[in-house]
Design a protein around this ligand. Structure first.
Ligand code: 3PG
Ligand code: MG
Length: 403
């Protein structure tokens, strides 16, 4: 069921509490090293400014553990947002309480404030109803524009909608529409490229996407468990013994469905997973004792790239190797290039996958770089997002009007 959005309600003069995901990466000096998540909320904020709403933004930053941590204050984010909007954005020193209430009640139409880090209060993560009610007191309407946090059962995500009319922002709507479209109506052939460290993190994703795609490509650390299940030794690589049955099920399912499952044929191994390590490329049938798999090999890259070149849609989550270390980056870089070269729709989700796409310079050739990590995995696993479930359903007649 489609959710009600800010486009379905009258926002003029209203106080809107907007949950955004300003959990941005900070460099060692505390400066924002990537402002993508801030920019991604501009359409919603501009839409509301054009309609003279009063905008109260709230977010978490990092994991401060329920107490104020100076290095995780949101003031630098307010400053960056103010530059992007070219108007003042007040950073408040807290997110609930009398001072915040006073500041908010003094707001005029078109004003923008950013509340302090929600996770400075224990009530946020605990989804405490009292904390949710304190947040709700600040506004007339709640807006979720925080796709990246919508899988979290936390007060500002699922609690506040119990106390206020709750609707979706434009970013949330866009991300949901895009993934729904990709998974339900992909132009075929449709590929999913899944990597990353652990099968257990991605099992639900594999089980769901295998029923949707024409091509399933598996790389990264998790491939070791697949290679083991094929009967080969993986040296000192980490194998999830408790996932071997699940992996066999996935392989069996791929055989019974019209899906091509591609696994690494050769790999780059090293004694140590660190910069400067001596590397060797070996077939998966001859992985030396004591070595660890650090990347996919050139023949595998060839297989993956050729298969991807025939696809019209691809989603990617999880790197092919330890790409942060130059010696082990080639597989991830070349798969990124293969995905970027697809003539069709491509979507990338997950913090480290996005980092890889950006580092190797392919971001502007990907159709959709998601703002979500964990939230994308939930969608790919076919699971509902609690933060979306908590919003009001759109009226069918409104959906028709907008269609
Ligand atoms: C993210 O960066 O993945 C989101 O902001 C959620 O953050 P969390 O994993 O700390 O809940
Ligand atoms: Mg995370």
């Amino acid at each position: 069921m489609r959710k009600k959005s800010i486009q379905d309600i009258d926002v003029h003069g209203k106080r809107l509490l907007i949950r955004v995901d300003y959990n941005v990466p900070l460099d060692s000096s505390g400066a924002i090293s990537d402002d993508t998540r801030i920019r991604a909320t501009l359409p919603t904020i501009r839409y509301l400014l054009e309609r003279n709403a009063r905008i109260i933004l709230c977010s978490h930053l990092g994991r401060p553990g329920g107490k104020a941590v100076d290095s995780l204050r949101l003031a630098p984010v307010a400053e960056r947002l103010s530059e992007l909007l070219d108007k003042p954005v007040a950073a408040l020193r807290d997110c609930v309480g009398p001072e915040v209430e006073a500041a908010v009640s003094g707001m005029r139409n078109g004003d923008v404030v950013l509340l302090e880090n929600l996770r400075f209060h224990k009530g946020e993560k605990a989804n405490d109803p009292g904390f949710a009610r304190d947040l709700a007191r600040l506004a007339d309407v709640y807006v979720n524009d925080a796709f990246g946090v919508s899988h979290r059962v936390q007060a500002s995500v699922v609690g506040v909608p119990n106390y206020l009319p709750a609707v979706a922002g434009l970013l949330l709507q866009r991300e949901l529409d895009l993934f729904a479209d990709l998974l339900e109506h992909p132009e075929r052939p449709f590929a999913a490229v899944i990597g990353g460290a652990k099968v257990s993190d991605k099992l639900a994703v594999l089980e769901n996407v295998i029923t949707k795609v024409d091509l399933l490509i598996i790389g990264g650390g998790m491939a070791s468990t697949f290679i083991t299940s094929e009967g080969f030794r993986v040296g000192a690589s980490r194998v999830e013994a408790d996932q071997l049955d699940s992996v066999r099920q996935i392989e069996k399912k791929a055989e019974s469905l019209p899906v091509t499952l591609l696994l690494p044929r050769d790999v780059v191994v090293a004694d140590l997973l660190e910069a400067g390590a001596k590397t060797r490329t070996v077939p998966i049938t001859a992985i030396p004792e004591g070595c660890r798999i650090a990347d996919i090999g050139p023949e595998t890259v060839h297989d993956f790239s050729e298969a991807l070149s025939r696809c019209r849609t691809a989603i990617w989550n999880g790197p092919m190797g330890i790409f942060e270390i130059p010696e082990f980056a080639t597989g991830t870089r070349q798969v990124a290039e293969a995905i970027a070269s697809i003539r069709g729709t491509t979507a990338v989700g997950g913090g480290s996958t996005i980092e890889a796409v950006e580092r190797f310079g392919f971001a502007d050739r990907i159709s959709h770089i998601s703002t979500g990590g964990g939230a994308v995995l939930e969608l790919l696993a076919g699971k509902p997002l609690p933060g979306v479930e908590a919003l009001q359903d759109a009226m069918p007649e409104l959906m028709e009007k907008r269609a």
